[in-house]
Design a protein around this ligand. Structure first.
Ligand SMILES: [Fe+2]
Ligand SMILES: [Fe+2]
Length: 174
């Protein structure tokens, strides 16, 4: 595997762990406000992101590429409102989508089709990631400034989210 490309994939491993860290911090923000359903949703999101890091890690390992885990920055932890959290989530996922598009571009450029196949799964996954972030952003916006019981209804619905290991890890090292 091309070494500078492997380094870029290594950076994405750290970026996925950062996403996990970011969502776990958001889970904490919801925990502090006793919004247990939102916190649960964010915990699952954090687990998914750690799985994403592993998918890339596994790819590097299978290809015999050098693996060097990088530093993970502390995520921001103060948000003004529930809507603010989902605005940050959507913005973050849009940036992640951009990273994967760049990685696929690079894979195509160097004709690394094995990496391309792995990375294209992420491009597809990002459609769902952006869609769920924007759905929750819109729903929390509808609740307005004084969310009241509507927020609790949404909180109860989010408590039902079930963790399923991403397909590339299913039955494997999840
Ligand atoms: Fe991810
Ligand atoms: Fe994500």
């Amino acid at each position: 595997m091309d070494s500078s490309f492997a380094e870029a994939v290594n950076r994405q491993v750290a970026a996925e762990f950062y996403s996990s860290y970011l969502y776990l911090q958001m889970a904490a923000w919801f925990e502090e406000r006793t919004l247990k359903g939102f916190a649960h949703w964010m915990r699952i999101q954090a687990r998914e992101e750690a799985c994403h890091a592993l998918i890339l890690f596994n790819h590097l390992a299978a290809r015999g590429a050098a693996i060097k885990l990088g530093a993970i920055a502390a995520p921001p932890g103060d948000y003004r409102s529930v809507t603010d959290v989902f605005e940050a989530t959507l913005k973050h996922e849009q940036a992640v989508s951009e990273s994967f598009r760049d990685l696929v571009d690079k894979a195509l450029e160097i004709k690394d089709h094995a990496a391309r196949v792995t990375l294209e799964w992420f491009v597809k996954e990002q459609i769902e990631e952006e869609a769920s972030a924007s759905e929750l952003l819109e729903k929390t916006k509808m609740l307005g400034e004084k969310p009241g019981s509507g927020l609790l209804t949404l909180d109860a619905a989010l408590a039902g989210r079930i963790f399923t290991p991403p397909a590339p890890l299913a039955g494997g090292d999840a």
